[in-house]
Design a protein around this ligand. Structure first.
Ligand SMILES: Cc1cc2nc3c(=O)[nH]c(=O)nc-3n(C[C@H](O)[C@H](O)[C@H](O)COP(=O)(O)OP(=O)(O)OC[C@H]3O[C@@H](n4cnc5c(N)ncnc54)[C@H](O)[C@@H]3O)c2cc1C
Length: 387
């Protein structure tokens, strides 16, 4: 019998493998990953430095132990180069492997900052354990770090590296941080708190060019010709689902690999979840959605076809200087924020236009204790529906 095969050993790949093993301890199982395959919690990457955590300390279960626990074959440092869904086969260069069912858990890759210059390849991304290792090495000789992007990851790194003793500048074309998720007042509060701690914000600005200068430093030139000299540039302008393999194999791909509520792609026995997948139009690059998807998919893989459901899923922003919890309203919902502010404690409630129906919330400071109260009032993001 050919193995159920999972491409990817991130949180999505390993969670579906674990859930599968709870239901079927014996079916042949293979995982394939381009990286080292150790189990770690990726969200830790953006608050590990100030806690003096080395990459090794972030590994909760080494790959050998994962293979034993899961009773699975794990191929590490192995890039799948082609899918042949019509033959139930995948390729690793010239070598072919046959699967019974295939799960794509290929993650997302960082969007490259569009700017010119001969040193653009020196821009760092931190989306894997090995990239975190590389960042830590680069930081050994650095004093000043520039972060491009003021979304969740950019702000978390700014807080962490400032706390870790670096001088930090954030550049973003947005006019306030977390602008895609929170109302202006919350973004401005985060901006003010980090600024008071020494973070420099260059908002509403775009990087045009990066050039090397003396002593292994860089000079960034912005579109308005302002310049910033720095030791390290981290790009955190967003992530895009990894869809290359799927696209080449003829799977339906929009922003992510398109799957239905059963996590099925348009090809028989091929499924997708995690950062690479688009489920009923939703591309959610967070941990909670992939956990829900993994539980449903494991059942489907053992023959108990199960639709994924999403409850409302709050996001805890890892900026300890300014604690924030967000349950962002769905993009398709039309409504308004109602904000109450008491110093640094903000409660933002997003109501659907002309209704009393809550569709999202944001809480800062002491208001965070209200999380469960508001969460209970939110409708599920993907409701259960009949098979
Ligand atoms: C710095 C940072 C902080 C974050 N903080 C939070 C947070 O606080 N809360 C939250 O909910 N989410 C957070 N996230 C998002 C969350 O970590 C991701 O949604 C989640 O880890 C994605 O898991 P994944 O398994 O889908 O993808 P990944 O972890 O990216 O795994 C992809 C896997 O696919 C493999 N792969 C890809 N292509 C191939 C190929 N062709 N052949 C073989 N292997 C391949 C890779 O090697 C890897 O093993 C954060 C993300 C980052 C980067």
């Amino acid at each position: 019998m050919h193995p159920i095969t999972i491409i990817g050993t991130g949180l999505a790949g390993y969670t579906v493998a674990r859930e599968l093993r709870k239901l079927d301890p014996n079916c042949p199982l293979r995982l394939i990953t381009a990286d080292e395959g150790h189990f770690y919690s990726k969200p830790m990457l953006s608050n590990a430095f100030s806690q003096h955590k080395t990459p090794e300390m972030l590994i909760t279960t080494p790959v050998e132990q994962m293979a034993e626990q899961l009773q699975a074959e794990i191929l590490t440092h192995t890039l799948v180069t082609q899918l042949e869904p019509q033959w139930h086969r995948l390729k690793i260069n010239e070598k072919s492997l046959t699967y019974s069912q295939l799960v794509l858990a290929c993650g997302a890759k960082p969007i490259v900052t569009p700017c010119t210059g001969t040193v653009t390849e020196k821009i760092l991304f931190v989306n894997s354990l090995s990239e975190y290792r590389y960042l830590r090495t680069a930081l050994q000789k650095a004093k000043h770090v520039t972060i491009i992007g003021a979304g969740l990851i950019g702000c978390e790194f700014a807080n962490d590296l400032q706390e870790g003793g670096f001088s930090v500048t954030i550049i973003s074309n947005a006019t306030y941080p977390l602008n895609r998720l929170v109302p202006t007042s919350v973004g401005q509060l985060l901006q003010q708190v980090l600024q008071e701690r020494g973070v420099t914000w260059l908002l509403g600005k775009t990087v045009k060019h990066i050039a090397p200068i003396a002593s292994a430093r860089y000079q960034l030139t912005l579109v308005d010709n302002q310049t910033v000299a720095t030791d390290i540039v981290i790009s955190a302008i967003g992530l895009r689902p990894q869809v290359k393999l799927a696209t080449a194999a003829g799977l339906t791909v929009k922003e992510g690999i398109v799957v239905n509520r059963y996590l099925q792609t348009n090809m028989p026995d091929v499924y997708a979840l995690g950062d690479c997948a688009q489920i009923e139009g939703l591309v959610l690059l967070y941990v909670m959605p992939l956990m829900n998807a993994a539980r449903a998919l494991a059942k489907t893989l053992v023959g108990q076809t199960t639709a994924v459901t999403y409850p409302a899923m709050p996001i805890v922003v890892k900026t300890p200087a300014c604690p924030i919890v967000i349950s962002p309203p769905p993009k398709t919902v039309d409504g308004q924020w109602h904000i109450e502010t008491q110093g640094q404690d903000i409660r933002g409630l997003f109501y659907i236009t002309n209704t009393q129906q809550l569709a999202g919330f944001v809480l800062t400071g002491k208001m965070i204790t209200e999380k469960m109260t508001w969460l209970k009032q939110l409708p599920p993001l993907l409701k259960a529906h009949c098979h």
